[in-house]
Design a protein around this ligand. Structure first.
Ligand SMILES: [Zn+2]
Length: 171
């Protein structure tokens, strides 16, 4: 199997099902790294998710990704209603099941995971790297949730280098 979108960045997956949201965010193309868009069309998206997806599904998933990026950035995107189904298992625990097919199925489980993460208060730890040309989605495991770079050694250093260059120029 090809590496997951998140593995392209050598990042650890977010806990529980939140990694599925992280994976969707990390499908974006990142030119500086030579990463192509893993939702560019139906064939590419099918390979990424191991599902049979059409070009229309891929387009819907790109919209979903944009909405999730807005949400991670602290905005409240407008989305169409998403269907899920609920059941109760033998132990009396309510179970949430994604419904639909194709991109609707992915939207169903992705928003379910966002819901669960918001309830578990892990959602605020899913972030996008502050390096504009990167923007990869990472799970901040720092104690005080203060991380801003997906990797301090690479993206953090580039930013520091730029800042010091800018400082030197203005001197
Ligand atoms: Zn980065």
């Amino acid at each position: 199997m090809s590496p997951s979108p998140t593995q392209r960045f050598h990042l650890d997956p977010a806990p529980d099902g939140l990694y599925r949201v992280q994976d969707l965010l990390n499908t974006r193309s990142i030119e500086v790294k030579g990463f192509s868009d893993l939702l560019s069309d139906g064939a590419v998206a099918s390979a990424t998710f191991g599902l049979d997806l059409s070009d229309a599904d891929a387009a819907a998933l790109r919209e979903l990704r944009t909405a999730l990026e807005a949400l991670v950035d602290g905005e409240a995107p407008t989305i169409s209603p998403v269907a899920v189904s609920l059941s109760v298992d033998d132990s009396g625990t309510v179970q949430l099941h994604p419904s639909g097919t194709g991109s609707a199925h992915i939207a169903s489980y992705v928003w379910s995971e966002v819901l669960l993460a918001q309830r578990a208060d892990t959602w605020r730890r899913l972030k996008r790297c502050r390096n504009e040309v990167c923007g990869s989605a990472f799970y901040d495991r720092s104690r005080n949730n203060s991380g801003v770079w997906h990797d301090v050694k690479t993206c953090g250093n580039i930013a520091n280098l730029r800042a010091s260059r800018a400082r030197r120029k203005s001197e």
